[in-house]
Ligand binder design. Structure first.
Ligand SMILES: [Zn+2]
Length: 147
């Protein structure tokens, strides 16, 4: 598999770039799935964070095996497979609908008050837990989405 190193449908290079190094390196499974999710959602999505080079992930205090990583020490990825979608200020029903849509399309969902982390771990580890808490989350979708 060849990494995607350019913008993809609906998402600009600026939105995808590592905020530390500027690199764009997307796993092709992620690069195909994200525009599909955006298409089904039918409204703009604003990513807070997509690619993270290892140096930037470390500096930003990211998980050492994070799927945001462009080079992953644990998972057999071909680039970044995660994205944080800003959802602070969304109505709860919209947050729930978005998370449910992502789950239906095979994404794993990490809940945070400010954003919804979505990643493609299930493409490489099918038995993984599908919904988890990602930092500070005080809303009611956990454990609601796990049922
Ligand atoms: Zn994330």
């Amino acid at each position: 598999m060849q990494p995607i190193i350019t913008a993809i449908q609906y998402f600009s290079e600026a939105e995808l770039r590592c905020k530390g190094t500027g690199i764009i390196k997307l796993d092709p499974r992620f690069a195909e799935s994200l525009p599909k999710l955006r298409e089904s959602w039918g409204k703009p999505l604003s990513p807070n964070s997509v690619c993270r080079a290892p140096s930037h992930n470390k500096a930003a205090g990211g998980h050492p095996n994070s799927l945001h990583l462009t080079e992953n020490p644990k998972w057999p990825t071909f680039g970044t497979m995660a994205c944080d979608i800003r959802w602070r200020g969304w109505k709860l029903e919209d947050q729930q609908a978005f998370a449910e849509l992502a789950l239906e399309q095979g994404w794993r969902v990490g809940l945070h008050d400010g954003f919804c982390h979505i990643d493609r771990l299930l493409d490489i580890a099918p038995g993984a837990v599908k919904v988890f808490l990602y930092g500070t989350y005080t809303g009611p979708l956990y454990p609601r989405l796990t049922k």
